[in-house]
Design a protein around this ligand. Structure first.
Ligand SMILES: [Fe+2]
Ligand SMILES: [Fe+2]
Length: 324
């Protein structure tokens, strides 16, 4: 097979920083793999030629009928987001090149993420949770629409984004699992397992960005200050995304309050508030980052004050009315 090499699009300084980071990141990757317990969709859902799984599937579908529609909406969004992996593999390959040291991480990360979409899709199909054709059509549109965020191509911004986004995804899976609880323990267990992996991705990206901050503080702060005020979640290019996001917010799965906690956690881990000796650009970026949690709190209060009764419906959830 012939490989067409692409090199990362970044400034000479960024390239120097990325090169300098390689041994540190190599250790991080090794530690990440050591802690990881490899699991697959087939560990959760039987698929052996010789097993009669009729009872398992019948019971699963019976329990799945009890899953509330708001949790189905969250599952649909999370499933489509996970299956939007082609967008993200490309974004990482564009930012870091596909034949560099960094592609080692991109390939590993992609292989891990791929299982998230697989297991959710297998579960949702087996359990007959959705109008599956509607889901497939929406998924097709989402991939076809592309995803070209403003941070694309910039490695510092990519790491700032992925730090926040992995944690957001973790929260979203975790709280969807809690919403379902013991109603359907198979999917709750699957979501816990995925969330655990998102947590480890979060630690990886947050640590890499911390190392970048040590090496190129002002420019890294500048990058984070452009990305963190409002991150576009992966599904943003999806039809209906605003309705999905609102249902998740109203169901307590993921909201501006969660995002505020994420930014606070990043600020604290990166010790943004304690940074001194910055240049003009760095100081402005530091100030901007430090102001984000307050601004998010205001947004959250504003949304709460304006929230009125509202109903939604989604083709994937059989067009049923969801009232809040
Ligand atoms: Fe994932
Ligand atoms: Fe992840």
């Amino acid at each position: 097979m012939t490989t067409v090499a692409t090199r990362p699009i970044c400034t000479p300084t960024q390239l120097e920083v990325l090169n300098d980071l390689e041994p540190v990141v190599d250790e991080l990757i090794a530690a990440h793999e050591e802690k990881r317990q490899l699991w697959f969709s087939s560990d959760f859902l039987p698929c052996s030629e010789n097993t009669d799984d009729a009872d398992f599937i019948r019971d699963l579908r019976k329990r799945a009928k009890q899953i509330p529609d708001q949790a189905r909406v969250a599952l649909a969004l999370n499933l489509m987001t996970e299956e939007g992996l082609p967008h993200f593999h490309r974004l990482l390959a564009v930012a870091f090149g596909n034949d560099t040291f960094w592609s080692k991480w991109n390939f590993l990360w992609t292989a891990e993420e791929d299982r998230h979409g697989n297991v959710m899709r297998d579960y949702c199909r087996e359990s007959r949770l959705f109008d599956f054709n509607a889901l497939e059509r929406q998924q097709f549109e989402y991939i076809r629409n592309g995803f070209t965020p403003a941070w694309g191509g910039d490695p510092y911004k990519t790491f700032a984004y992925t730090s926040a986004q992995e944690r957001a995804t973790q929260i979203s899976h975790e709280s969807t699992g809690k919403l379902i609880g013991e109603t359907e323990p198979v999917i709750s267990g699957i979501l816990r397992r995925i969330a655990g992996e998102e947590a480890r991705h979060f630690v990886f990206y947050m640590t890499v960005f911390k190392e970048i901050l040590k090496r190129d503080t002002n420019r890294a702060l500048q990058a984070a200050s452009e990305v963190l005020p409002a991150i576009d979640m992966p599904g943003v290019s999806m039809t209906n995304f605003a309705d999905y996001a609102e249902v998740l917010m109203r169901s307590g799965v993921y909201s501006a309050d969660d995002y505020k906690l994420i930014v606070e956690q990043l600020i604290s881990n990166w010790k943004v508030d304690a940074m001194t000796g910055l240049n003009d650009m760095g100081e402005k970026a530091q100030e901007k980052i430090m102001s984000i949690p307050k601004r998010l709190e205001k947004i959250s209060h504003y949304i709460e004050r304006r929230m009125t009764c509202k109903s939604f419906n989604f083709d994937v959830v059989f067009g049923r009315k969801l009232a809040f």
